[in-house]
Design a protein around this ligand. Structure first.
Ligand code: RIB
Ligand code: CA
Length: 314
């Protein structure tokens, strides 16, 4: 199909990961989802895998392999975000108890390596959780590095949400992030600076509640829970749909303004471990390595979002 973009979604569903998958699978998306891989992050990797399979059922993605990945970061102990995503990792909606499919037999890292090596360089990796699987794939098979078309990731920012300096996805495995950011693969980064602009509010929920299909109802129930926990934990006036920014960008790059900057990952700081050091002004004179998204066209983003959810109405 013309302009079809082949992607692998590496995720830790998680409310916003789930919404990102649903956006990618919608009829307004020209993305060809080659696989979904899971990593420890929002919840334990087993829960994230079960949730990915559940979301595939709901979105009608039953022909996409879901492969389970790393249960922990490269070196650190695992950290999860239960206070944001709840005990199941997808608290809020009623969840399918037994998904149609089982996880793929293959480990996520092996699947990523095989898919990239079999490709002709047209595969984009879309990590929306900690970067452990991506780093492991690069370590195990360095020949994938020149063959990855682009990495479009959610993570980092010029401020943090897990520490004052570090965003959760990067903080959980900063060593993995360092490997990925220094790999030389083209990276487009959606950090908190822009994902906090993708804020779902009660008004958003009221709007989306007018769309009458099971997928939209599922998303509304996810958003109601996610808006509450982001308010309770961070005092925010809504739930930032962090991960959906990656897929929205791949569908319509014009939603975002990006700039090519240098980003380095802090892995030793006592107070700054996991910080993405975004060299906005170029003061390091180091070679830029990231397309840093800094501005979102709010109406264009939510119009796409609404069209995507409406596309699930038969
Ligand atoms: O900091 C936000 C990120 O951490 C999102 O990807 C969310 O799903 C969690 O993984
Ligand atoms: Ca995530």
């Amino acid at each position: 199909m013309q302009n079809e973009k082949r992607v692998i979604l590496d995720c830790d569903p998680g409310h916003d990961d789930a919404i990102s998958i649903i956006l990618a699978a919608s009829k307004v998306s020209l993305l060809k989802i080659e696989a979904i891989t899971t990593v420890a992050g929002n919840a334990e990797v087993e829960k994230n895998t079960l949730n990915a399979l559940r979301v595939c059922d709901i979105a009608g993605l039953t022909d996409v392999p879901v492969a389970q990945g790393s249960p922990k970061p490269l070196f650190k102990k695992r950290e999860i975000a239960e206070e944001i995503h709840g005990e199941t990792g997808l608290d809020g909606p009623v969840l399918p108890s037994e998904p149609v499919n089982k996880p793929a037999q293959q480990h996520a890292v092996d699947l990523i390596i095989n898919k990239v090596m079999e490709s002709d360089g047209d595969l984009t990796l879309v990590p929306t959780g900690p970067l452990t699987n991506i780093a492991l794939a690069m370590i195990m098979e360095p020949n994938i590095i020149p063959k990855i078309n682009e990495i479009v990731l959610m993570g980092g920012g010029t401020f943090g949400n897990w520490t004052p300096a570090a965003e959760f996805n990067i903080y959980v495995d900063a060593e993995a992030a360092k490997i990925v950011f220094e790999s030389g693969v083209p990276i487009t980064m959606f950090g908190l600076d822009v994902t906090h602009q993708a804020l779902a509010t009660q008004e958003t929920v009221n709007e989306l509640s007018k769309i009458d299909n099971p997928v939209s109802h599922f998303v509304v129930d996810l958003l109601k829970f996610f808006i509450k926990t982001n308010h309770d934990v961070f005092g925010m006036d809504g739930g930032p749909i962090h991960d959906a920014c990656t897929v929205a960008y791949l569908i319509d790059t014009a939603i975002f303004d990006v700039k090519h900057v240098r980003v380095d990952i802090e892995t030793t700081g006592e107070l700054t471990y996991g910080m993405t050091c975004v060299d906005t002004l170029g003061v390091t004179k180091r070679t830029p390595n990231v397309n840093f998204a800094y501005q979102l066209n709010y109406d264009r983003f939510w119009n796409l979002f609404k069209k995507a959810l409406k596309s699930y109405t038969n």
